[in-house]
Design a protein around this ligand. Structure first.
Ligand code: KG4
Ligand code: ZN
Length: 367
C-alpha cells in the first residue's frame, strides 16, 4: 500500500467543506482519497496489485476484482485515518464508473453507491479520463488544487487511452484517440515479449534510458494527416525487429532481466528506438495541432506521463512552441483516487450529481 506524500492534517483544524471521498478501482489499483473543499488532498492511498498479477505477466480481471474486495477495508481505513476524519464526516462520495474492467469497476462503484446512499450524501459517478484530465492541477504538498483554466488541451496517455482533448469552458471535446492500441499497452506488450516483469512500461522506460535509439530507428505512422494516434503498427514492427535480432544473434526470449541474464544491449537499443518513436508520434501530433489552432496550455496526464523521455521531449517542444505545459505530478500519473475526488469536486461545484441507486458501471464509456 502506498500513501501519497500529502502531510497528515493537524487534527485541531477542521477540514474545509465539502469533504470528498474518492474511490478508484477501474483496473488493478485499489485507491481511496479524501479531498477538502479547496481540492487539497487530505489523504491519497493506492494499493497496487502488482504481486497478484505478476505471475501472469498482466492483469487477470477475475483476480483484480477479488483483490479490490480484499484491499478496500485497509485502504479506506488508512485514507480516513490519515485525513483525520470519520466516514460520517464525508460530504460527497465519488467513484469511477468507467471505462475499465467491469468486474473491477463494480467493486468500487458499488461501495461508493452504498456509502452515499447509507450516509444520504450526494454521489458522483466519475469518468476515469475526466479524473486524469484534471489531475495535473492537483498539488502534492497538501495545498489547494489550482483553479482549472478556462481553456486548455489535455493529453491523456495511459494503458487504456491515448487521447487528445480540448477543454473550453465547461465543454470537453475529444480531438483524437488511438485508432488501435493505447501507448501504454504497446509499452507493456513489447516489454512482456522481451520477458520484463509486469508492469512492463516503467521497466522499458528505465532500460531505454541506457539504449541507443538510433540503432534500430522505427517510423512514426502518418494517420492520414489527422491528429489520431496509432500504436499497433509500431508494436508489430518492434516485435518483428526483435525476432530478427534474436535470429541473427541466437538469442532466445524471454530474457530474465536479472544481473545474471540481463537484456542484451541490442534489445536495449531496440527498446530505446521504440520509445523514441512512441514519443515522437505524440510530439508530431502536437505539432499538427498548433498548426491548426492556438494552444496556450497543454496538460499531460495518465500512467505514461511518467515516461522520462516523454516528459523531456514535451518540455523541449512546449518551450520551443511557446505553449505553457503542466505535467501531472509523478505521484498522480498512475491511477489514483485523488484525481477521482478532484473531478467529483468540480462536478459538485457545478451543481451536478448522480443517483446512487441507478448509476451503472460501463467498461466502455464515451467521454
Ligand atoms: O493511468 P494508468 O495507471 O492506468 C490506465 O488508466 O491505463 O496507466 C498505466 C500504464 C501502463 O500501461 C504502464 O505500463 C504505463 O502506464 N506506464 C509507463 C510508465 N509508467 C507507467 N509507460 C512508459 N513509461 C513509464 N515510465
Ligand atoms: Zn488511468
Amino acid at each position: 500500500m502506498s500513501v501519497s506524500e500529502s502531510p497528515e492534517r493537524p487534527p485541531e483544524r477542521p477540514p474545509e467543506r465539502p469533504v470528498v471521498l474518492g474511490i478508484e478501482s477501474s483496473c488493478d489499483d485499489t485507491a481511496c482519497a479524501v479531498l477538502d473543499g479547496r481540492g487539497a488532498i487530505l489523504a491519497s492511498v493506492v494499493s497496487s496489485q502488482i504481486d497478484a498479477h505478476r505471475p501472469y505477466g498482466g492483469v487477470v480481471p477475475e483476480i483484480a476484482s477479488r483483490e479490490h474486495l480484499k484491499n478496500w477495508p485497509p485502504v479506506s481505513s488508512e485514507a480516513l485515518r490519515r485525513a483525520g476524519i470519520e466516514m460520517g464526516e464525508v460530504d460527497v462520495v465519488a467513484a469511477t464508473s468507467g471505462p475499465g474492467l467491469v468486474g473491477s469497476l463494480l467493486v468500487g462503484l458499488t461501495l461508493g453507491r452504498a456509502i452515499a446512499y447509507g450516509l444520504e450524501r450526494p454521489f458522483q459517478a466519475v469518468h476515469h479520463i475526466e479524473g486524469h484530465l484534471y489531475s495535473p492541477f492537483l498539488a502534492t504538498d497538501g495545498g489547494p488544487a489550482d483553479a482549472i483554466p478556462e481553456r486548455f488541451i489535455g493529453l491523456v496517455v495511459s494503458g487504456g487511452h491515448t487521447s487528445l482533448l480540448r477543454l473550453d469552458g465547461a465543454e470537453v471535446t475529444t480531438l483524437a484517440e488511438t485508432r488501435d492500441d493505447a501507448i501504454g499497452e504497446a509499452f507493456d506488450k513489447i516489454g512482456k515479449r522481451v520477458g520484463l516483469a509486469y508492469p512492463q512500461g516503467p521497466r522499458v522506460d528505465v532500460l531505454a534510458e541506457e539504449g541507443d535509439p538510433k540503432r534500430y530507428p522505427l517510423p512514426v505512422p502518418h494517420c492520414g494527416g489527422t491528429l489520431d494516434f496509432s500504436y499497433s503498427g509500431l508494436k508489430t514492427q518492434t516485435l518483428v525487429t526483435l525476432e530478427g535480432i534474436c535470429r541473427e544473434r541466437g538469442f532466445e526470449t524471454p530474457f530474465a532481466d536479472t544481473d545474471e541474464e540481463p537484456v542484451p544491449p541490442e534489445v536495449v537499443d531496440l527498446l530505446a528506438g521504440f520509445r523514441a518513436a512512441a514519443v515522437r508520434q505524440i510530439v508530431r501530433r502536437l505539432e499538427r495541432l498548433v498548426e491548426r489552432e492556438t494552444v496556450e496550455l497543454l496538460a499531460v496526464s495518465g500512467g505514461v506521463a511518467a515516461n522520462r523521455l516523454l516528459r523531456r521531449e514535451l518540455e523541449r517542444w512546449a518551450a520551443q512552441a511557446g505553449v505553457a505545459l503542466r505535467l501531472v505530478p509523478l505521484a498522480f500519473a498512475g491511477d489514483n483516487a485523488a484525481m477521482i475526488a478532484h473531478a467529483a469536486l468540480l462536478r459538485h461545484r457545478q451543481g451536478r450529481s448522480d443517483d446512487p441507486l441507478t448509476v451503472e458501471a460501463a467498461s466502455r464509456a464515451p467521454f
